[in-house]
Design a protein around this ligand. Structure first.
Ligand SMILES: Nc1ncnc2c1ncn2[C@@H]1O[C@H](COP(=O)(O)OP(=O)(O)O)[C@@H](O)[C@H]1O
Ligand SMILES: [Mg+2]
Length: 261
């Protein structure tokens, strides 16, 4: 084996998964799935090869938000019926690929540790074929979320300004950092009434993280409240196509550009 070939083999595992962006929140209903699909679309519009994975094993809904009917989903992957790569389908309207989850599937929400770790490894491996892989996780901080989260790449914790969302985001960040001390965790404030309001929410959480967890919490971005979000979801169409210049679209586009810097 040449020295170059040996170096490649040594370097490959450490690089795997670094391009994964995990989207998580603690609390449900804060906009994770909508944000994940919109960020996937924004990255694809910048020419990136993107895979969006619906990792909400209990209440999956990426496919519903985008109005697609996948033949295979994560439950088929977890039960060994198909390989992960076979369950991926192109979402032509957005120019990115998706891997659907499955709502209400017992197979998914009760999958054991070994299966979940196997799934995470398969995700790390497939990430080599893409510029970016987005993993939309379910709410909460249970074992499934902790195992799927992984320690590579970037973790975007999402909150709104509601106190319940803030405390759940704090709990999530605490658990994520305990499990993965070197994790790159950043905050997204969603559904902010104004940028000022979003900054206040960020400042509150950043100061709790500094004081009690002794960590810096960078701000990934602030996404404004926008009635077009709901309208696009109702029409199962990407907001960046339907309403490219409204506040939420512009916010995600700005956040996307900062992520790519
Ligand atoms: N920036 C926003 N402006 C207005 N409504 C939003 C915004 N983000 C999310 N929503 C609303 O919140 C709802 C829940 O979003 P969803 O992505 O399903 O949350 P989660 O995946 O965290 O459970 C959406 O159906 C949408 O109506
Ligand atoms: Mg969701």
């Amino acid at each position: 084996m040449t020295a170059n070939a040996a170096r490649k083999i040594v370097q490959f595992p450490t690089a795997q998964g670094r391009n994964i962006i995990t989207i998580a929140s603690g609390k449900g209903g804060v906009g994770k799935t909508w944000f994940a699909t919109t960020l996937a679309h924004a990255l694809a519009r910048h020419g990136e090869r993107v895979l969006l994975i619906d990792g909400d094993l209990g209440l999956a809904n990426v496919d519903v938000q985008l109005g697609v009917t996948p033949q295979w989903d994560l439950s088929a992957v977890l039960s060994g019926r198909v390989r992960l790569s076979q369950a991926i389908l192109p979402y032509d309207a957005g120019g990115f690929d998706i891997l659907a989850g499955r709502s209400g599937s017992g197979v998914l929400s009760t999958a054991g540790r070994e299966k979940l770790l196997g799934l995470r490894n398969a995700i790390n491996k497939i990430s080599g074929r893409y510029d970016r892989v987005l993993l939309d996780l379910g709410a909460g901080i249970d074992a499934t979320v902790r195992l799927l989260m992984g320690g590579h790449g970037t973790i975007l914790a999402i909150t709104t300004s509601e106190p319940t969302a803030l405390t759940d985001a704090y709990a999530f960040i605490k658990v994520a950092r305990m499990k993965y001390p070197n994790a790159d965790v950043r905050l997204v404030v969603n559904n902010a009434t104004t940028v000022q309001d979003g900054k206040r929410t960020y400042a509150t959480l950043a100061s709790a993280c500094r004081n009690f967890l002794k960590i810096d919490l960078p701000l990934a971005g602030i996404v404004l409240n926008d009635r077009h979000v709901r309208e696009a979801i109702v029409h199962q169409a990407p907001i960046l196509t339907r309403h490219p210049t409204t506040p939420a679209s512009v916010s995600v586009e700005t956040l996307c550009r900062r992520l790519r810097e």
